[in-house]
Design a protein around this ligand. Sequence first.
Ligand SMILES: *Cc1c(COP(=O)(O)O)cnc(C)c1O
Length: 536
Amino acid sequence: MKSQNELGIPIPANKPLIVRTIKQVTKEQREYALKKTEYNVFSFPADLLFVDFLSDSGSGTMTDLQWASLFHGDESYGRNKGYYVLLDAIRDTFERGDNPKRAINLILTGETNVKKLMDELYLTSFEGGFVNGGIHQLIRPNAFIVPQGRCAEHLLFSTIAPILRKNYNSKEFFIPNNGHFDTTEANILANGLNPINLFSSNLLDEFPWDQMDNRNPFKGNMDIKRLEELIQDKGMDAIPLIYITITNNTAAGQPVEMKNIKEVRKIAKKYDIPLFFDACRFAENANFIKEFEEGYQDISIPNIVKEMFSYVDGFTISFKKDGLANIGGGFFFKDNGTFHRKFSVEEDIGIKLKEKQILTFGNDSYGGLSGRDIMALTTGLYEVVQETYLNERKFQVRNFARKLAKNNVPVILPAGGHAVYINIDKFFEGMDSSLDDFRGVGFTIELIRHYGIRAAELGPFAFEWDKKTPEQKKGVLNLVRFALPRNVYGTSHIDYAVAAITELFNNRDKIPKVKISRGAKLRLRHFQTGLQPIYE
Ligand SMILES: *Cc1c(COP(=O)(O)O)cnc(C)c1O
């Protein structure tokens, strides 16, 4: 008889103890609401939807332990308890692998031994990693907590841009990535720098849906040949940072291989350029490495995470991803690493960043978060690396993609870690349609109108295709994303969505083109423009 692990179905990781009733909204009511919200799906009231795949960002279910840790939240203005346990949890997660200290337990269990608290938590001193401790964090700050990932991006790019202009021998600056997320791209552009996407060349290759459990081509990898060409073409001084996004959200949520991380690391080292992660879904990425990359099957997720982060000089992260928490973000860089050396030109870069952090997000020990948020996200850091949870999540995404593929809907295969992506070029193949028609947006509008399901276009509309040069246009994919919030939906929601998407696919000739009726020139316009579908 097969063992529990051989059934081909992951062991259930949890059970819901609270449910929320979904309102029975009619199609006519949704049509009215769409009109009243300028057909922008971001503006559509969530409470009027049946299923919401807009984002997995901060939209997950918290665990009972996370809810419980809220009660330990400390709302002090200076140096709340959570600040210390969070910084130590960052070290546990990204540096300590299978040997975490779990300092959070001192708080959760009500430790009253003052000496122990001082020695092990509040006054402990260390340096040389992603989080300086004690006095070293005051003198050489390198850990910054903020409300979201994009705040970390803003902090980083708005601080380095003037340093680059003043001190670097180049007129223009380029930040390559295996796939910039929309907010990363926008923050880079807003500071006068140029984002460059170096997608893996196999990204849009065909992949058989029945092979998803057997192999993975790691389509999230960075194209290292193009990376080296870019550096040689523009010159080392024009490339202040190299970024790898794990998993590659813009490139269909595809994972990045450890081998690729190491190769990029080698190039970064050769040219003395700091290498950063956009680390939003580090745990999901580690889980793909464990399942599919040779040599990692017997290594634990925490140890894989530790190895991944040993190759980078720093990272920005949204703690809203990987289902970690409902809010939170951060920026961390290696003490005395390449980034620190290259950017501490007139003043320590950490001191400069801290000044901006305080100006923008408040005292550095709460960073615009409540003490409760900090405790919930710290607890989440320990839960997100649990393999049973990761396996079940991955299986759900894969199953969603498999069901669509079986119905001939053109999904990007294999499925990524947090979402299913539909290839909109293929979806409308054979129809008279150009990227300026924003049919992917039309598809998301029709999904809400007919079926009360929300998804996000991540294509020519969101990535501002019509504002790009021919060269930049090559870096725009045409996708619609169905992101799965953590522990929110079950098979019934997925099956309802598969049926609805398939029905729309079979009637794709009725999906409207879309015009931007207001705000076409706005930055990150998908969050704020008005739209008008054109029904023929
Ligand atoms: C969500 C996300 C961000 C931005 O994080 P926010 O918390 O939404 O500001 C950056 N990069 C990637 C890959 C993301 O998925």
